[in-house]
Design a protein around this ligand. Structure first.
Ligand code: GLU
Length: 279
């Protein structure tokens, strides 16, 4: 059972561990695994506007994806992690063009995406849900007919809801933070994406008491680590690092530090997930 008592202190520890990683090279060393990821530095795609997952504030990066990325980078022997913003619809291109080596950005593993990129993981399983005004009567996708819904271009969230609720008036933005703002202003009725992301917005000071997560997930989102298609060696190295992160307790700590403050309950039946084989 995952407890959620450890707040800021654990967060600081996780951060400190991430920083300490910058000065050491006790990971796998640079064994050339993954053509795109050679050398001491690694370019990692994350979200910049998803509190609890990937958030950039000044030169500080925080969130569960950031912690997992820093852990994996250290295990790969990388001493310099360069974070690059990876909006949902650009993720496949960022990998294919070598602008990033790895992506940790609430990136669901799907067959369609596997045509263009490969995935290590999954390292977390989330579910699609809805963020609405606290006084909203929307309780699930069945209440969305004719409603103004927001999601993000190139996401599974937008694709799923288009199939599930053809009668919805879906507006697709490029980031979820813009959607949250529009819902909070009453311009749109709901935002749909992963429950992890929604919990982060609902807990933000500016939205506390205004927005709530419905809490009835209707999909399974298996977060993978995106990498160049066919780089099985890199995929296996990442999976090794993910296994170690779970075994040594760092994964649990990252869950508690990043999801705990938002009160997000991690489903311990599905998390941490079993890894897929690299192909
Ligand atoms: N996990 C979903 C996806 O990969 C939604 C979140 C996102 O867009 O990053 O599309």
């Amino acid at each position: 059972m995952i407890t959620r008592r450890i707040g800021a202190a654990a967060f600081t520890l996780v951060l400190a561990a991430g920083l300490a990683a910058c000065g050491s090279d006790d990971g796998g060393g640079d064994d050339g695994a993954g053509g795109g990821a050679g050398g001491e530095s690694i370019k990692v795609g994350i979200k910049f506007d998803q509190p609890g997952l990937g958030l950039k504030e000044g030169n500080t990066y925080t969130g569960f994806d950031v912690d997992v990325a820093n852990y994996v980078a250290k295990e790969l022997g990388k001493t310099d992690v360069q974070f690059v913003q990876a909006p949902s619809k650009q993720r496949e291109d960022l990998i294919a063009t070598g602008q990033v080596d790895l992506i940790f950005a609430t990136y669901s593993i799907t067959d369609e995406r596997k045509q263009k990129v490969s995935f290590a993981g999954p390292y977390f399983i989330a579910g699609q849900d809805l963020l609405v005004a606290t006084d909203s009567t929307i309780k699930g996708p069945k209440d969305l007919d004719g409603k103004k819904l927001c999601s993000v271009t190139g996401s599974t969230s937008a694709d799923n809801v288009k199939k599930e609720v053809p009668g919805v008036n879906l507006q697709e933005f490029d980031t979820y933070s813009k959607c949250a703002e529009a819902v909070s202003k009453g311009q749109l009725d709901a935002l749909t994406t992963d429950d992890t992301i929604l919990a982060g917005y609902a807990a933000q000071d500016q939205y506390k008491g205004t927005l709530k997560v419905v809490g009835a997930p209707f999909s399974e989102e298996r977060y993978g680590v995106g990498l160049k298609k066919g780089d099985t060696a890199l995929c296996e190295d990442v999976n090794k690092a993910l296994t170690k992160m779970v075994e040594d307790g760092a994964w649990d700590k990252a869950v508690e530090a990043n999801f705990g403050p938002a009160g997000f309950k991690v489903d311990a039946k599905t998390n941490p997930p079993k890894l897929d084989a690299c192909s």
